[in-house]
Design a protein around this ligand. Structure first.
Ligand SMILES: NC(=O)c1ccc[n+]([C@@H]2O[C@H](COP(=O)([O-])OP(=O)(O)OC[C@H]3O[C@@H](n4cnc5c(N)ncnc54)[C@H](OP(=O)(O)O)[C@@H]3O)[C@@H](O)[C@H]2O)c1
Length: 329
């Protein structure tokens, strides 16, 4: 098969499209998928630079999510059959013509949803749902602040939260991105280059939940922007890894800080990928089937131009996800 490979670690110039060994057939509980499209994630850029090695046992090919058609099923797989349209959450290996993955990390693609676009869903859906719903218990009437509202994660979080009856405030660095967030259902847009989110969210009574991509840079201000009993969910460290926490501010409002990573979760058991995927299938997939939550795709780029796709994501000019088309090359 062909795959996107790395000729050493570094900038986009180390990216190649070349033949690699075929994968073995799926083992018990696994399925193989002929890949149509793969999602491009910030983690892939870090992996390319040598800063985010795949977890033990995972493929060293980049790619954390795909959509495609089931090729074969291993022993004991009853949920899927060859020919099924699916998308899947991976620990690696997605930038390739075929992947083999545990059936517990595979989701059916609802009738009517574009198969390539479905590659935009597994990573954002699993991250947003596991943080906002499974951890923080997001519910109707709450105020959610989403940092980086125009990101892949942000555009999905807005839709999920508004469908649960929450109000959503977002930060973004341009009016264009804020406008897209408002179109998706956000009710408050904050340009972080010109406005102070602590002040604006404070005037609204504080955020019940904050979904944060910035880490250290926003830690203190996020705590200040929380409402009483508020919860801060840190999922990214774009603003650094080491921050200072003024504990009385957190204690005084009985605040909680969660910090989670998806890729390093176990495949099965407590807090596993399988647990999240099962909840997505039960509770989120009906909303996707009805079109109430939809993939937001900024661009589809042929896999032979994977370097360009990663540069596009890195430019921060995107709203939503960048996809690699594997089937058209
Ligand atoms: N923990 C996990 O399991 C997990 C899983 C998936 C993703 N993530 C993390 O979630 C974040 C979003 O991922 P993604 O793939 O959706 O990334 P993405 O599409 O590349 O978006 C990154 C966003 O950061 C925004 N940003 C930059 N500086 C900002 C600032 N000072 N304040 C607010 N926003 C700012 C950019 O928007 P502007 O142009 O508006 O600045 C951009 O939209 C990343 O940090 C990623 O590492 C974590």
């Amino acid at each position: 098969m062909y795959a996107v490979t790395l000729d050493g670690f570094g900038g986009p110039e180390v990216i190649r499209w070349e033949q690699v060994p075929d994968l073995p057939p799926p083992g018990p509980g696994e399925v193989s998928i002929d890949v149509v499209a793969a999602g491009v994630n910030r983690a892939d850029l870090l992996q390319r630079q040598g800063f985010y090695p795949p977890p033990p046992g995972a493929s060293d090919i980049m790619g954390l999510e795909v959509s495609g058609v089931v090729a074969e099923t291993g022993e004991g797989v009853h949920d899927f059959r060859p020919g099924d349209r699916v998308c899947a959450l991976l620990s690696g290996g997605g930038y390739a013509q075929r992947v083999v993955v545990a059936a517990t990390q595979v989701l059916p693609v609802p009738e009517g949803l574009d198969l390539a676009a479905a590659a935009a869903l597994p990573e954002v859906a699993a991250t947003v749902w596991s943080n906002l719903v499974m951890r923080a218990g997001l519910h109707a009437g709450q105020l959610l602040l989403v940092h980086g509202g125009g990101s892949g994660i942000g555009t999905h979080a807005i839709q999920v939260a508004t469908n649960r009856g929450a109000r959503v405030a977002v930060t973004a660095g341009s009016q264009y991105k804020l406008d897209r967030c408002l179109e998706l259902g956000a009710s408050v847009g904050i340009n972080y280059r010109e406005q102070d989110f602590v002040e604006i969210v404070g005037e609204l009574g504080g955020a019940d939940i904050i979904l944060d991509n910035m880490g250290a840079a926003y830690l203190g201000r996020n705590v200040r922007a929380l409402a009483d009993d508020g919860q801060l969910c840190i999922i990214g460290m774009q603003g650094g890894v080491k921050g200072e926490l003024v504990l009385p501010e957190l204690l005084g409002k009985r605040g909680t800080i969660h910090a989670t990573n998806l890729r390093k979760r176990p495949a099965t058991g407590r807090s596993s990928k399988a647990e999240i995927i099962a909840e997505l299938r039960r509770d989120l997939w009906p909303l996707i089937a009805e079109g109430l939550v939809a993939p937001v795709v900024h661009a589809e780029v042929p896999a032979t131009d994977a370097a360009q796709a990663q540069q596009l994501l890195d430019s921060a000019d995107t709203v939503g996800k960048v996809l690699l088309r594997i089937d058209t090359v």
